[in-house]
Ligand binder design. Structure first.
Ligand SMILES: *[C@@H]1O[C@H](CO)[C@@H](O)[C@H](O)[C@H]1NC(C)=O
Ligand SMILES: *[C@@H]1O[C@H](CO)[C@@H](O)[C@H](O)[C@H]1NC(C)=O
Ligand SMILES: *[C@@H]1O[C@H](CO)[C@@H](O)[C@H](O)[C@H]1NC(C)=O
Ligand SMILES: *[C@@H]1O[C@H](CO)[C@@H](O)[C@H](O)[C@H]1NC(C)=O
Ligand SMILES: *[C@@H]1O[C@H](CO)[C@@H](O)[C@H](O)[C@H]1NC(C)=O
Ligand SMILES: CC(=O)N[C@H]1CO[C@H](CO)[C@@H](O)[C@@H]1O
Length: 558
């Protein structure tokens, strides 16, 4: 009997030892709704939003359009939401409350009991329950709403911990922004709730949906829409025009490129922005004269946001292939992953010629690529060792780095509702892309304080596997951001000065200098030693108070 047991166990041991090494995709679980917006709200949970439609995940006798994703069980639990959260955005405030903003007017005919979501603000307070069982979305259309209806806006947590809401359309539009909300506003409200008009958004019509917006380390906000860029001074209310993207490339919806603020490092935290892909089609061609077969742009553009860098303008690089609707993920070692999207076509549904089913895009790009910001130009892109997914992730897909350190991918749906029989189906399969470090012995962090003040020295314990060389130790403070429509808003990586003790058992760390370098709010701390990354420790950066918070830390001397 004992012999037989050992015999039976043997193949299992062999199977465990042959776990795939290197980068690999793993499908696990189904999301039950199309996860077209995704935000991580705790070490174990993500919130997903969709449109009110005939989703398989049901709640109170109707299809759900909000749900929690549990990273421990790989299951979805429906959330009851009143307003239609389709094509909204959001972020997390300085006190840890997640805010979803905007949405759509219920589609006609809607099969679900959704109300008008365009002016809605949806709150999800910090959730201590690892399963999320007691955590709910809070809505009150009477007392909690935006100044203007917004479909396809962007959001960004700024230096005082509030959310800046940028642009959008007053109504669903089939392709171009024909009913623009060309203004900025804030949650909680500033200016007595009056939205601020933006000449930049006026100028960038009609390709200015989901503007790409980034909080700079001095508190100003950098924005790209269409082929233009500005710096917006939130405190003065002024826009400063920057150079256009070269060669007529447009990078916002419906010609979505991927953009990110590159990792910021001490002592100068010099901001650089990278934006890749999109389309060089004209922004005045009627959409029916565009085609799902038009090649996406392979152009990348990078700018350093210092006076000298702005004078130099955008520096052009080329990706390994053209991409539209890709998204950028900041990895804890400072590389940028470009993932998802299509090789041809545009965002949106059934609005260009030669649609594939209803999809305006075709030729899904299923192999991610890595960009190393510090490598010499020409050697920054690599897809070596990166696998291809078997799942197309195009319009209405999302992706995020997880607290475990792997990459979670969900969604994709060009159809106007659930369709499982077309070429590009409504996609419910959840998928992880595991970096090589997920299948080796990893460093671990212990005793990470739950609250990290600015400009603060603190010590954490570390357990570093003997095989790892301690020459390169990186401690990254990461805002995992809010993913919607190929833009990962509020996503941010700030490296913290870190010194590993000789016994390799503790690390002295200095937090970012102030609330402008890292807008105050929740984050995850990841340790990378010799290219191997730990899981992330959940922290609150700053005093954790409700916005607007006071200035904290010390001013940068530049
Ligand atoms: C899927 O996730 C569950 C829950 O975490 C886990 O038990 C299972 O091993 C996973 N399956 C695969 C194929 O990774
Ligand atoms: C940006 O787009 C506008 C409008 O389509 C065009 O007039 C302008 O020349 C473009 N800029 C560059 C640098 O291509
Ligand atoms: C537009 O982009 C396509 C695809 O990258 C490229 O082949 C073409 O040369 C570009 N056209 C111009 C005028 O830059
Ligand atoms: C799914 O899409 C295909 C192709 O557009 C269409 O023919 C079919 O009617 C759709 N099915 C449903 C259930 O909508
Ligand atoms: C966080 O701040 C927002 C804005 O003031 C507020 O609506 C929310 O209730 C606060 N969250 C908690 C948990 O107190
Ligand atoms: C053209 C097309 O495929 N349209 C379908 C999209 O999905 C809705 C809901 O299933 C159908 O009613 C449409 O016919």
């Amino acid at each position: 009997m004992l012999y037989l047991l050992q015999f039976l166990l043997l193949p299992l041991v062999v199977a465990a030892a042959s776990t795939p090494k290197g980068w690999h995709f793993v499908q696990n679980g189904t999301t039950g709704i199309v996860a077209l917006e995704f935000v991580i709200v705790s070490p174990t949970l993500g919130v997903m939003f969709d449109r009110a439609q005939n989703n398989p995940l049901q709640i109170n006798g109707h299809g759900a359009w909000g749900a929690l994703w549990n990273f421990e069980t790989n299951t979805a639990t429906p959330l009851e939401i009143l307003s239609d959260s389709f094509c909204a955005s959001g972020g997390i405030l300085s006190n840890g409350t997640m805010v979803g903003v905007g949405g759509q007017w219920p589609e006609n005919p809607s099969t679900e009991p959704d109300t008008d979501g365009r002016m809605m603000i949806r709150l999800f307070n910090p959730c201590a329950d690892p399963s999320g069982a007691s955590c709910k979305v809070i809505e009150d259309a009477q007392t909690l709403h935006l100044a203007e209806p917004r479909w396809y806006p962007s959001s960004l947590r700024i230096f005082d911990g509030s959310l800046m809401v940028v642009g959008g359309s007053h109504n669903n539009t089939p392709f171009f922004n024909t009913d623009p909300a060309n203004t900025f506003e804030f949650v909680p409200k500033k200016d007595n709730g009056v939205a601020r008009p933006s000449p930049f958004l006026e100028r960038t019509l009609a390709v200015n949906l989901f503007p790409r917006v980034f909080a700079l380390p001095d508190g100003k906000v950098f924005m790209i829409a269409n082929n233009q860029s500005i710096i917006y001074d939130v405190e003065q209310g002024t826009e400063t025009r920057l150079p256009d993207l070269p060669n007529g490339v447009r990078v916002t919806n419906p010609m979505d490129g991927a953009a990110t603020l590159l990792p910021l490092s001490p002592p100068f935290y010099t901001p650089e922005v990278l934006v890749c892909g999109g389309s060089n089609s004209s922004d005045t061609t009627p959409s029916m004269e565009l085609s799902s077969q038009d090649p996406a742009s392979d152009q990348c553009n990078r700018i350093t946001l210092t006076p000298e860098g702005i004078k130099k303008g955008w520096v052009v690089e080329r990706m390994l292939e053209g991409r539209v609707m890709s998204e950028m993920i900041l990895l804890p070692d400072g590389t940028v992953m470009i993932i998802n999207g299509a090789g041809t076509g545009y965002a949106a549904s059934r609005s260009v010629s030669q649609p594939i089913g209803l999809s305006n895009a075709d030729h899904p790009v299923t192999r991610p690529v890595l960009y190393s910001p510090n490598a010499p130009i020409g050697q920054r892109f690599s897809n070596e060792g990166l696998p291809s997914s078997e799942i197309a992730r195009m319009y209405h897909s999302t992706v995020t780095l997880t607290p475990s350190g792997n990459i979670f991918i969900a969604g994709s749906n060009p159809n106007l509702s659930v369709n499982l029989t077309t070429t590009y189906v409504s996609e419910f399969r959840a998928e992880y892309l595991n970096p090589p470090y997920m299948s080796v012995a990893r460093p671990t962090l212990h005793n990470v304080p739950t609250t990290i003040p600015f400009n603060h020295a603190f010590t954490v314990s570390a357990d570093i596997p003997a095989g790892l060389k301690a020459g390169k130790v990186q401690v990254a403070l990461i805002d995992l951001g809010f993913s919607s429509h190929s833009f990962h808003s509020s996503s941010r990586l700030v490296f913290m000065k870190a010194v590993l003790a000789h016994d390799r058992k503790s690390i002295n760390i200095i937090s970012p200098p102030n609330n402008r370098v890292f807008p105050p709010g929740p984050a995850f701390v990841f340790l990378t030693v010799d290219g191997v990354t730990s899981t992330g420790a959940h922290v609150m950066v700053g005093d954790g108070k409700a916005p607007p918070v006071q200035e904290q830390g010390i001013q940068l001397q530049l």
